[in-house]
Design a protein around this ligand. Structure first.
Ligand code: PGA
Length: 208
């Protein structure tokens, strides 16, 4: 697999991030991308990891208190997650954020729920991340989708998107189901939430 992306969501204090960095055993740049909260992006990058923002502003700059835009993250962030289902954004917002990222040379990791929507969201240079919200872990409890169903949907996605489009999967990815996912031809990576909070667990996933 080409991408193992850790989505830390709104977890971990600065001290916990430092502990994670210290404990992670794997090579830092190899296929793994870390998406911490904004205040920790610098720290994670300085430790040698490839970084990803969890969201960006819809605006390009100016009087927007509390917002952080592509302009501010582009120098130290290669990737940005957009449209995560937890943010409950509409399609137009996601498309605008996608284009803002592409304009600044940031690779959007575009999350979508319905496989039928993928074509409308796709643009060259985007990593497409399929996540069914009913399979996202809740308070550390995994709710994995059957890997046969994932395989079927990935085949449908591959057939509907242009050749070379990169597709990743997220939702309760953990040490128990990663091997089945790695075996799915055409799946380019995984977006890992809860299991990525433990450096040893994430390393086990990465090794598959
Ligand atoms: P999960 O989260 O791995 O905890 O299910 C994945 C995600 O929402 O990106």
């Amino acid at each position: 697999m080409k991408y193992y992306i850790a989505n830390w969501k709104m977890n971990m204090s600065e001290q916990e991030v430092a502990g994670w960095i210290e404990k992670y055993k794997g090579e830092k740049e190899k296929c793994i991308i870390i998406a911490p909260s904004l205040p920790h992006l610098h720290m994670v990058k300085e430790a040698g990891f490839v970084t990803c923002a969890q969201d960006i502003s819809l605006y390009e700059g100016g009087a927007h208190t509390g917002e952080t835009g592509t302009l501010q993250i582009k120098d130290f962030c290669k990737y940005c997650i957009i449209g995560h289902s937890e943010r409950k954004e509409d399609g137009q917002t996601v498309i605008k954020k996608r284009d803002l990222c592409l304009k600044e040379g940031i690779t959007p990791i575009l999350c979508f729920v319905d496989v039928n929507d993928a074509v409308g969201f796709y643009k060259e240079g985007v990593i497409m991340a399929w996540e069914d919200p009913s399979n996202i872990s809740v308070k550390g409890v995994y709710k994995p989708k059957d890997s046969r169903e994932i395989r079927t949907e990935i085949n449908i996605l591959k057939a509907s998107l242009p050749n070379g489009a990169e597709i990743i999967y997220g939702g309760s990815v953990n040490r128990q189901n990663i091997q089945d996912l790695v075996n799915i031809v055409g799946l380019d990576g995984v977006l890992v939430g809860n299991a990525s909070l433990d450096p040893d667990h994430f390393y086990e996933i990465r090794r598959c």
